[in-house]
Write a new protein. Sequence first.
Length: 166
Amino acid sequence: MIFSRLFAKKGPRPEALYAAIVAAARQPSFYAEWGVPDTVDGRFDMIVLHLYLVMDRLRPDHWKFREALSELFFADMDRSIREMGAGDLSVGKKVRRMAEAFGGRVEAYENARARGRQEIEQALTRNVYAGKPGQVSALGDWMEKAIEALAKQDIYKIIAGQVVFS
């Protein structure tokens, strides 16, 4: 116990920020008003979207914290899969698929932001709405406001979990 305290990593921990990201992704308006599917996949996509926005804001100087945040995300996904009753042999495969989905979505959002609003809405339609109709325009507006809000916030408050998306 004493040794674990002596050799524990110093510096900010990602737990508070990750909890804030998950809480923000669970806001009822995404599901009730904007038609985001209130399913495991829909909630996964909203967490990924929020996580992407925060990790993008943490660039380029806070890469170690970004790494710790993504590790926490995957540990949470592993725990969630196990809670849903997946067997030990299938958990690794499912987490690997989630990691691939996460990477694909991050790449899609980065590319879409570089190309403009129409591309952002296409990426949101593909990822969040699984290609089905939804309030993609409202979600696109929210995403743009979230990017602006994050840019104005003190990075150390964000790291401490005091993050506001819009």
